[in-house]
Design a protein around this ligand. Structure first.
Ligand code: FAD
Length: 117
């Protein structure tokens, strides 16, 4: 089947949105089990990502830059960095990771246990 660049890009935007929003909601002080869950999620995401070409590139990236899941800040910073690696390969502009602060607001309306909403 022919590649559909529009659909591929749409899938990418939706996926990155979920990816970064999940990091923004990860606990500031995760338990070992939380950290393992996120690490496992990221590995499975990379394995099962529907665009096979993207998935194999991303899996290589994870080998070079293993997921950082020791805290929310680590996870947010790591995800921003790997997305920038993908941006670079696709010749897209670099995102300033210092400005990621409130960029990914889940809009859930509930409060997490550590005071960030
Ligand atoms: P996107 O890269 O989708 O980003 C969406 C928005 O996120 C941006 O507009 C910006 O506001 C914000 N953003 C940008 N950079 C960052 C950052 N570093 N941290 C946080 N937020 C940021 N496409 C391919 O053609 N080939 C591939 O091999 C490929 N591999 C991919 C691998 C993965 C794991 C994923 C999730 C997507 C992949 N894609 C790939 C899709 C590609 O990354 C883009 O999603 C798609 O091209 C649409 O690009 P975009 O310019 O709209 O911005």
């Amino acid at each position: 089947k022919l590649e559909n660049a529009t659909a591929k890009a749409e899938l990418g935007r939706a996926s990155w949105k979920l990816f970064h929003t999940m990091m923004a909601r990860f606990p500031e002080k995760p338990s070992d089990d939380d950290s393992l869950a996120l690490k496992t999620y990221i590995q499975l995401f990379a394995r099962l990502y529907p665009c096979g070409d993207c998935a194999s590139h991303f899996q290589k990236l994870l080998k070079k830059f293993p997921p950082q899941t020791g805290s929310r800040n680590n996870a947010v910073g790591w995800a921003c960095m790997v997305h920038n690696k993908v941006n670079k390969r696709l010749k897209k502009p670099e995102f300033d990771c210092n400005n990621i602060g409130d960029f990914y607001d889940c809009g859930c309306g509930d409060e997490d246990k550590e005071g960030k909403g």
